[in-house]
Design a protein around this ligand. Sequence first.
Ligand SMILES: [Zn+2]
Length: 304
Amino acid sequence: MKLIQNTWVIALLSAAIIFTSSAVGAQGYAEDLLSRVRAAASSVPGPLAESIGFAKVAESHRPYSDIIEGGSDELFISARSAYQLRFPNGTIMLDSGMDEEVHTYYGFGRIEPYWQETNNLLQQALLDAQKILITHEHGDHVAGVVRSPNRDELAAKTLLTEAQLETLTMRPQLPQIQISPELASKFIVLDYQDILPVAPGIVLIKAPGHTHGHQMVYAQLSGDREFLFIGDIGWSLDNITKLQLRPEGTIARIGEDPEALMQQMIWIKDRMDQDGLIVIPSHDDLLIKRYVAEGILEDSLVIQ
Ligand SMILES: [Zn+2]
């Protein structure tokens, strides 16, 4: 009887491993993931993106101890931004910024910088774009689409995963970003196993942990530069380089899966150290400024 029970346990464990290996489970990403991502990146014909711009619509100011376990009381500036992948024949937007009401929600009563003019420009860039990708279903990434005065037009070219859509319809992070069944029907909704090429050089990589629908975006640019947009897996590049999660209280507040996040961070660090990928966390203001100074990113949006 004991033997049978053990066999069952092994069978169940195997099933769990098969179930989670598609994205990232306790054992981490597969060894060959980057080579599969690179192959997928070249599977969509067409010229690669040539440059990347961004717009910062707001800042939030937090003690560094909110960002990383064991961090000091020093100020950490979190940039609330959206990115623009610029192809010779058009643009793809990555995330969408947010309006001031959603920004205010995240201030928890504090008044923090918000630039309305920049968000207006970002709204224009979203209208101009051929496609909109969303790293995850939190308000500071998706509100620029779901609360836009042009939401129907934007939804028609926005790719949402089933997990992202489910959260936004059933249990949104804040009531203001809940989307109705009618609006939900206007999005391009997709699901995929672990990676999905969506444009020349651009590949989605499933990365649930910060949220259920979280994904990374790999971008190969002309000139062989490779970028990895890691969304909110870490708010600071320090989370990755030090392999240090957010503090426990923050993890609990967000409802994150710390094991999955750690496996993702290990993979990202390896890709940075061993393969030279340029890693971009959504919110690391200091790092983004450094990338601008180094000519890696442009602090601007191209409007047609
Ligand atoms: Zn965020």
